[in-house]
Design a protein around this ligand. Structure first.
Ligand code: ATP
Length: 367
C-alpha cells in the first residue's frame, strides 16, 4: 500500500539577494508501506524542503501530499493538516534532546501533549526505551550520556507515539563514523521490529545506499532518478547521478567517421562501440574499477601518477588532454612513467552538461 504520495509538489522561495528559487519543482513520488526511502543530493537540491512539506512545517506552492491514504496538503483546496495531526515520528538533526529534562521526560513529552493518562505514559515510555536499548536510564539527564545514547533518546521520542511514518533528517550527522554505522543498523532493526515507513534525508551517499530500499536522487530542485541503490549505481540516468553515487571518471569525446576520439587527441581512437543516438560531442563515464589497465590492449598511454590506497592502487592516466582515474587490485602494478594501455569495460554515454547547470548549482548553495 502507498503510504506517502506526492503529486506535482512544488515550492518556490523569493529571496532578497538572489531572486526566485524553485526549491522543489514538480515532485511526483510514492513510498510504500514499510519501505526505507532516502532523499539524496547535494546541498540546496531541495531534500529538506520536501521533508518539511511532508511534515507540515512548510506549505506548498502547488500540488498535494497524501499520508496513509489521507490528504494532508492540497494547495488548490487550501487543505492543510498541521504537523501535530499528521501522525508522524521525526528525528531532525537540529531537534536535539531537551537538556533540562531527564530521559523519561524527554520521551514522554509527545504523550503528555496528547494528554495520555499516567499509567499508559509509563508503559509506552518503558517500551520505547527498551526498543532503543535505554532501559534503566529513565532518571538520567542527557548531558551524562554519550552522543549515541542521546540520539537514541531522540529515536525513542519519535517512536513512542507508534507512528506509521518516520521522517529522519540527517539524524546521524553529529555522530562519529563508527557510531553512525551502528546507529544505521539499529534504525533498520527498529524498523523491522515495528514496521514503520522511513523517509531518510542525507547527503551521505554510502549511508543512503546502506539503509535504503529505494532512493531519490535530486539536483537543483528536480528529481533526477528514483530506483534501488543497485540500479542507481549500475544504471545512472545521467552524468550527475553517475558522479553522485560512487566513484566516477569521465572523458569528453568527439564522434567522427564512426570512431571515438578523446578531446585533445585527434589521432588515436578509443576502443568504444558508439551508441545509435550519440551526438558529435558526448561524455563517456566509467567507474575507476571498470577500466582494464594492461601492457597492450586498448588506448596507448602512460602512467602519470600512481597512488597506493589501502585496498587498491589508483592510477592517473592521460587520455588526450584529459585524465582518467583507474583503480586496480594491488597485483596489477605499473610504475609512474611506464607505458600502458587502458580500455573502458563498462562505458556509459551521456550528453554534455551545459555550463549554466553548474552555475545554477553553485547559486543554490549560496542562498
Ligand atoms: P542541505 O543538504 O544543505 O540541507 P537541501 O537539499 O536540504 O540542502 P533545501 O534546504 O531544501 O536543500 O533548500 C533548497 C533550496 O531552497 C536552496 O537553494 C535553499 O537555499 C532554498 N531555501 C530553503 N529554505 C528557504 C527559505 N526559507 N527561504 C529562502 N530560500 C530557501
Amino acid at each position: 500500500m502507498e503510504q506517502i504520495v506526492l503529486r506535482h509538489v512544488t515550492k518556490k522561495f523569493t529571496t532578497k539577494t538572489l531572486g526566485d528559487i524553485v526549491a522543489v519543482d514538480d515532485f511526483n513520488l510514492s513510498v510504500e508501506e514499510g519501505e526505507c526511502f532516502s532523499f539524496l543530493g547535494p546541498s540546496g537540491c531541495g531534500k529538506s524542503t520536501t521533508l518539511r512539506m511532508i511534515a507540515g512545517f512548510e506549505d506548498l506552492t502547488e500540488g498535494e501530499i497524501e499520508l496513509c491514504g489521507k490528504p494532508v496538503s492540497i494547495k488548490s483546496k487550501n487543505l492543510y493538516v498541521p504537523p501535530e495531526n499528521r501522525g508522524l515520528g521525526m528525528v531532525f538533526q537540529a531537534f536535539a534532546v531537551w537538556p533540562h529534562m531527564n530521559v523519561f521526560e524527554n520521551v514522554a513529552f509527545p504523550l503528555r501533549l496528547q494528554k495520555m493518562n499516567r499509567t499508559d505514559i509509563e508503559r509506552k515510555v518503558k517500551e520505547a526505551l527498551h526498543h532503543t536499548s535505554l532501559d534503566g536510564l529513565e532518571t538520567t539527564y542527557p548531558s551524562d550520556l554519550s552522543g549515541g545514547q542521546q540520539q537514541r533518546i531522540a529515536l525513542a521520542r519519535a517512536i513512542v507515539t507508534q507512528p506509521k511514518v518516520m521522517l529522519l533528517d540527517e539524524p546521524l550527522s553529529n555522530l562519529d563514523p563508527k557510531l553512525r554505522e551502528t546507529m544505521r543498523f539499529e534504525i533498520k532493526e527498529l524498523q523491522k521490529k515495528l514496521g514503520f515507513t522511513i523517509i531518510f534525508v542525507t547527503h551521505d551517499q554510502s549511508e543512503a545506499m546502506a539503509i535504503s530500499d529505494r532512493m531519490m536522487v535530486c539536483d537543483m530542485g528536480k528529481i533526477m532518478q528514483i530506483d534501488t541503490p543497485e540500479n542507481l549505481y549500475n544504471k545512472p540516468i545521467n552524468r550527475f547521478v553517475h558522479s553522485f553515487l560512487g566513484e566516477s571518471t569521465f572523458l569528453n569525446v568527439v564522434v567522427r567517421d564512426g570512431k571515438v576520439y578523446a578531446e585533445g587527441d585527434d589521432e588515436q581512437p578509443l576502443d568504444l562501440t558508439i551508441p545509435g543516438d550519440a551526438a558529435e560531442r558526448m561524455v563517456v563515464a566509467s567507474r575507476p574499477n571498470a577500466i582494464a589497465l594492461t601492457q597492450d590492449e586498448g588506448y596507448q598511454t602512460f602512467v602519470e601518477k600512481r597512488i597506493f590506497l589501502t585496498d587498491r592502487t589508483e592510477y592517473i592516466i592521460p587520455v588526450g588532454s584529459q585524465q582518467l582515474k583507474v583503480q586496480t587490485p594491488h597485483r596489477i602494478s605499473f610504475r609512474e612513467g611506464e607505458r600502458c594501455c587502458v580500455r573502458l569495460l563498462e562505458p556509459m554515454w551521456y550528453p554534455m552538461e551545459d555550463e549554466a547547470a553548474e552555475k545554477e548549482r553553485m547559486r543554490r548553495q549560496l542562498v
